[in-house]
Design a binder for this molecule. Structure first.
Ligand code: NAD
Length: 489
């Protein structure tokens, strides 16, 4: 593995335009911080309106040639990027741990997961299919073709700095669309290194640009989304920003894909395999330090087994070591920043003030760094904010239930509808509960569901559209109907 300083020196820190790193036209930069120490890792260009427009100029120029590039060649560039990211797995993992905080083994897992979108969509690039039919009236043929939607804009969050990018870049490039990426201000370095990898493996200039910004996210998005050359926006982040972008997309009637927040229920029925449910809870809650849109947010445990489940999970949380993600032996890294630490601490403090019982954790850890311990609460009163909001931290909140209809009603009593989980050994219940849960994704007897080969999708306030799987490329394609009447010559 490359050492930290050498690695950071290899990461471009400007605006990534035309396969080169350039200073922001604004002349401004911002600091990227190591959340485990508060140390500055890098100074990155703080792009503004003119930088965003320069990226769109480049994308518009590069777009037609990229769309006309044979799918096999597009596929091979994506495949080469997959191989290069995989070859540099340890560098990407260290970089993510440095800027985002998650433990190294999870960063390695994200490299595998994130790179897989490049391989998966390299395989989908050569399978973009239309169809033909004889017109029922017998007057010709109905020919349906798929075409790239055009210049696309991706806005990504900080919690999965690589995978949230590749899940959009993979299908966009496979479909023949140039892509402009605005990475999250806390974690721009991973995306900048990825852009360099794409240039190294031969992606033509202008097809992928990265415009980091800290102060200009709203301005950049507004200027791009009001420009008629942009045709698509794909966003992963909070529901608040997502609905703002949907409103903003109306003027140019932009295609939008929205992967937004969640409030996942995690249900343990009394016939569940308890050990598997505890393992699943650890995965669904503690992966990524709880900072995942798919993270279990509300645990519902059947009253008959709660007195075994709660101590078993508490013991697992107690055994975790909190520390910098790059230290061997750390099981849980810091939260992303001080604001997030304050949020999590305030939610727990509020619940405790409202009468919650703390089984472990419950108090923020003094700095440096933004650490919060694994925490387990019970007896949280109905309506408490910690049950309504995405916690986005290592905090388990357990409620009990008595019957299936009640737990389904409580699980669905939220505006969100992203991931959900339940544990049972009853096959009939599996079918019933899976269809009753109003969620885009349902995990049955497992705590991790994301898979590049499967659709990632939310309903209600959790999103619009699908990423990954065979459907993911459709978000970057439009349908054209050609009414074909052969002339007799
Ligand atoms: P966020 O919405 O604050 O930020 C996400 C991105 O949007 C960042 O790049 C940010 O700079 C940008 N942004 C903020 N305001 C903007 C504006 N006015 N115009 C344009 N861009 C703007 O979310 P976050 O705190 O970075 O990420 C956490 C959220 O993301 C959580 O709600 C989580 O559930 C969600 N998330 C969802 C998925 C999913 O696939 N559904 C995956 C990961 C995270």
């Amino acid at each position: 593995m490359t050492d930290k300083r050498t690695l950071l020196d290899q990461v471009p820190t400007g605006i990534w335009l035309s396969n080169t790193s350039v200073d922001a036209i604004t002349g401004k930069t911002f600091e990227v911080i190591d959340p485990a120490t508060g140390d500055v890792l890098a100074e990155v260009a703080d792009g503004g309106r003119e930088d965003a427009l320069a990226a769109l100029d480049g994308a518009t120029e590069a777009g037609p040639a990229w769309a006309a590039t044979p799918p096999r060649e597009r596929a091979e560039i994506l495949r080469s990027a997959f191989e290069e990211v995989t070859r540099r797995r340890d560098d990407f993992a260290l970089l993510m741990t440095l800027e985002m905080g998650k433990i190294l083994s999870e960063s390695v897992g994200e490299v595998t997961y994130g790179a897989e979108f490049l391989r998966w969509f390299s395989e989908e690039a050569v399978r973009i299919a239309g169809r033909t039919a004889t017109a029922p009236a017998g007057n010709g043929e109905i020919v349906v073709v798929k075409e790239p939607v055009g210049p696309s804009y991706a806005i990504t969050p900080w919690n999965f700095p690589l995978a949230m990018g590749t899940r959009k870049i993979g299908p966009a490039l496979a479909a023949g669309c140039p892509m402009i990426v605005k990475p999250a201000e806390d974690t721009p370095l991973t995306m900048l290194l990825l852009a360099k990898v794409f240039a190294d493996v031969g992606l033509p200039p202008g097809v992928l640009t990265v415009v980091p910004t800290k102060t200009g996210a709203a301005e950049q998005s507004a200027v791009l989304m009001s420009d008629r050359r942009l045709r698509k926006v794909s966003f992963t982040g909070s529901t608040g920003v997502g609905s703002l972008l949907i409103r903003q997309s109306a003027d140019q009637v932009l295609s939008t894909s929205m992967e937004l927040g969640g409030n996942a229920p995690f249900i343990v029925f009394d016939d569940a395999d308890l050990a598997a449910a505890v393992d699943g809870a650890m995965a669904a809650k503690m992966r990524n330090g709880g900072e995942a849109c798919t993270a279990a947010n509300r645990f519902f445990v059947h009253r008959g087994i709660a007195d075994r489940f709660v101590p078993a999970l508490t013991a697992r949380l107690d055994a975790m070591t909190v520390g910098p993600g790059y230290d061997a032996g750390s099981d849980l890294g810091p939260l992303i920043n001080g604001k997030q630490l304050d949020r999590v601490a305030a939610l727990v403090d509020g619940a405790v003030a409202d009468g919650a019982t703390v089984h472990t954790g419950g108090r923020r850890i003094d700095g440096p760094g933004f650490f919060y311990p694994p925490t387990l609460l019970t007896d949280v009163p109905v309506g408490d904010p910690i049950l309504l909001e995405e916690i986005f931290g290592p905090v388990v909140v357990i409620q009990t239930f008595d019957d299936e209809a009640d737990v389904i009603a409580r699980s669905n009593d939220t505006d969100y509808g992203l991931a959900s989980y339940f544990f049972t050994n009853d096959l009939n219940r599996v079918k019933r509960v899976a269809s009753a849960l109003e969620y885009g994704m349902v995990g049955v007897n497992r705590g991790v569901i994301s898979d590049p080969a499967a659709p990632f999708c939310g309903v209600k306030h959790s999103g619009l559209g699908v990423e990954g799987g065979v459907d993911g490329i459709d978000e970057y394609l439009t349908t054209k109907y050609i009414a074909l009447t052969p002339t007799s010559v």
